[in-house]
Ligand binder design. Structure first.
Ligand SMILES: [Zn+2]
Ligand SMILES: [Zn+2]
Length: 64
């Protein structure tokens, strides 16, 4: 599991974020991180927002 130190808006301090196992097949590309203090999920944009939007649209279509 990967860890990252980031400022958490919710905790208002620099906190340790961990990356949970991805359930969307992003593998190492996954940008979902969870604050270990408050459990808040944060998306870190290391890829263009367009790609995230496309992914969300695909997920919605599959769910519908
Ligand atoms: Zn993912
Ligand atoms: Zn937090």
């Amino acid at each position: 599991m990967r860890f990252l130190e980031l400022y958490c808006d919710h905790c208002a301090v620099v906190s340790v974020f961990e990356q949970p196992p991805c359930q969307d097949s992003h593998d190492a590309d996954c940008d979902e991180w969870i604050c270990t203090r408050c459990g808040d999920a944060m998306l870190i944009a290391s890829f263009p927002p367009v790609r995230l939007e496309r992914h969300r649209m695909t997920t919605v279509r599959r769910a519908a």
